[in-house]
Write a protein that binds this ligand. Structure first.
Ligand SMILES: O=C(O)C(=O)C[C@]1(C(=O)O)C=C[C@@H](O)C=C1
Length: 108
């Protein structure tokens, strides 16, 4: 019989116990990870608040433009924003900017 070439999925669960931070319980590492996670949680809260603020300011611009007879979308401005994020953050920056623009567009 031929030997199977695919990797078999293990049927027994991993027995090694992991701490919440995913280390093997070196207390200093555990503490450092917990502290840095608290910082990340705080940064994420602030990032979300900034995104919400961006959505509001963007809606105001779009509303003003529409009331003045313009269009909701301004593609040349969007290109500037995409370029800025790409310059600062590389290729994933473009995806991030696209997500931000998706959140901000069409909220008027
Ligand atoms: O800067 C503008 O003109 C906006 O309307 C804001 C914004 C943005 O969220 O950055 C939103 C829609 C436009 O297509 C371009 C940019």
């Amino acid at each position: 019989m031929a030997t199977p070439t695919t990797t078999q999925t293990p049927t027994t669960p991993q027995t090694k116990t992991r701490t919440p931070a995913g280390t093997d319980a070196a207390p200093e590492a555990e503490e450092r990870i917990e502290r840095d996670r608290a910082r990340i949680d705080d940064l994420d809260r602030r990032i979300i608040a900034l995104v919400q603020e961006r959505v509001e300011v963007s809606a105001r611009i779009q509303r003003t433009r529409i009331e003045a007879g313009g269009r909701r979308v301004n593609l040349s401005r969007e290109m500037e924003i995409l370029a800025r994020y790409r310059e600062e953050l590389g290729k994933p920056g473009t995806s991030l900017a696209m997500t931000l623009l998706e959140l901000c567009r069409g909220r008027v």
